[in-house]
Design a protein around this ligand. Structure first.
Ligand code: GLA
Length: 439
């Protein structure tokens, strides 16, 4: 090989080595990229959760400072305190006004309660802010008579006792409902579901049997509590605009028509006398179609002498709808029949009714702001109409235990006036028509 060829050989070999090295480097980088890509989802999750933890710590650290500087401004305070899982100890804010006292010239303020909440810190929250209670579950048919003739009073008695000890009124919820009512009510003596019966004679017998069971249930309950409880939900949710005649097509209705409603009210009156007040309770009573079905039913019942004293408006609303004016309009309509109105299950979801999403730990501030403004508007309207509203009852007291954390899907909701640490939210301050005192 001559010198020229040798030179070329060296250049070729050197070039190849260089090319190969370059290729290897590039390939390695590619591997690094692609492996990053493969793990990007997991990594992001890890990083995010670390960031969340950091954010929570920072938030917690800043909190006392924020509280002392931002009090008085519901908008700036909004959204700050309410993330679930924040490592802040629940406590009762002793120095804030009592809701019940603030509204003492207007109407009673109530809240739904479970027997387990009659002791401990949460019991103190009820004692401070409400002068009326209602059993969230303990007085429903399945809780009181789980099997025929077997009455279980323990949980209900505990609530009666707690209300008495603390000078609170108690509402009864509910004598009749299609949910949380044991199946035995609707089975014939052979154990067959009454709704399946096709023989007219047997259907008639079933109807009698069901109405007899209803009467026995109501007599037992009303005689036991008539001296302790003045305000009674007699029937719950019997209207359903999309069912025939606007009547909910429940087993009660399928087996007895509207007779169960009539029997329930008459039996309650007989057992409890004129001192107890009897309500027909429903949700969505502001919606014109539903309201009018309810109105027509109640009017017809009153004309027949059925003893109905008032309408319970559940008022499970959300931060977007319905308009407050519609809620009041409906109450006025029933007042026109000489009836009382009670807001029986008030809460305000932070999600629109058809939304299934979940803010988790990050409920935006503007949501709390919107909620506060709407609660304020609602209570201003209630106050203006105090003559036709005898009580406003919340469905629970703190966001922590609201049923809306599990309905319609499991998620974080914040529909009430107190947060997960039992502290007053912007909505609380909006409701009492005041701003948080400066410190
Ligand atoms: C309805 C019932 C209440 C309660 C709520 C959800 O509004 O009237 O008893 O079950 O649903 O908690």
């Amino acid at each position: 090989m001559n010198t020229k060829s040798k030179k070329w050989m060296i250049i070729l070999i050197g070039g190849s080595i260089l090319m190969i090295s370059l290729l290897m480097i590039l390939e390695n980088r590619g591997e690094i990229f692609s492996s990053n890509k493969n793990t990007v989802y997991d990594n992001t999750e890890d990083i995010n959760s670390e960031l969340d933890m950091e954010e929570n710590t920072v938030e917690e650290k800043n909190e006392p400072e924020d509280e002392s500087t931002n009090k008085g401004d519901i908008i700036e305070d909004a959204g700050k305190d309410f993330s679930p899982g924040k490592p802040v100890e629940p406590s009762i804010e002793e120095d804030i006004p009592s809701l019940a006292e603030v509204f003492s010239d207007y109407f009673s303020i109530g809240a739904a309660i479970e027997p387990g909440h009659t002791t401990g810190l949460i019991a103190e929250l009820y004692k401070k802010h409400v002068n009326m209670l209602v059993a969230e579950n303990s007085m429903k048919p399945e809780a009181i008579q789980p099997t025929e003739g077997n009455f279980t009073w323990g949980a209900a008695d505990r609530l009666v006792q707690f209300a008495k000890e603390n000078g609170m009124e108690l509402r009864f919820h509910t004598l009749v409902w299609h949910n949380q009512t044991p199946d035995w009510f609707f089975r014939d003596n052979e154990g067959k579901p009454m709704i399946e019966e096709t023989d007219p004679k047997k259907r008639e017998e079933n109807k009698k049997l069901l109405l007899k069971r209803l009467e026995e249930h109501i007599r037992a309950v009303v005689s036991r509590y008539k001296d302790d409880i003045k305000s009674w939900d007699v029937v719950n949710e019997v209207i359903e605009p999309s069912d025939p005649d606007g009547m909910r097509n429940s087993p009660w209705y399928q087996i007895t028509g509207t007779e169960f409603i009539e029997t329930a009210f008459r039996t309650a009156r007989e057992a409890g006398g004129n001192d107890i007040k009897l309500y027909i309770n429903d949700y969505g009573t502001d919606a014109p179609a539903k309201r009018d079905y309810l109105y027509n039913l109640v009017k017809e019942m009153l004309e027949k002498g059925v003893p109905i004293d008032g309408v319970g408006h559940q008022t499970h609303i959300d931060i977007f709808s319905p308009p407050v004016s519609r809620i009041i309009e409906s109450m006025k309509k029933f007042a026109g029949l000489g009836l009382d109105n009670i807001v029986t299950e008030l809460d305000m979801s932070i999600y629109a009714w058809n939304n299934r999403s979940d803010y988790g730990n990050n409920i935006p501030e503007h949501i709390f702001d919107t909620q506060a403004r709407r609660y304020q508007e609602l209570f201003e309207a209630f106050k203006e109409n105090k003559d036709i509203i005898s009580a406003v009852v919340f469905w629970g007291i703190t966001d922590k235990y609201s049923w809306l954390n599990g309905f319609p899907v499991r998620r974080t909701n914040a529909p009430l006036l107190f947060d997960r640490n039992y502290h007053a939210k912007p909505s609380f301050w909006a409701v009492i028509g005041s701003s948080e005192p400066k410190q």
